[in-house]
Design a binder for this molecule. Sequence first.
Ligand SMILES: [Zn+2]
Ligand SMILES: [Zn+2]
Length: 61
Amino acid sequence: MNKIVYVCTGTCKAEITEEQYKEGLVKCGTDGCTMKGHNFEKRTKCGICGKVFKEDVQHSH
Ligand SMILES: [Zn+2]
Ligand SMILES: [Zn+2]
């Protein structure tokens, strides 16, 4: 089953859970990251292979 994750699109490539996002972790705070201070972007994570992709991307096995 796929799940929602949030990712930093900068150099740190952080990935956080939907729960963490809802608890207020909404932007990157990693020193040196190119996207520090920018909001994370919503992604879908495949529950089978673990691949992270945009919501509008077709992904199947
Ligand atoms: Zn980052
Ligand atoms: Zn997959």
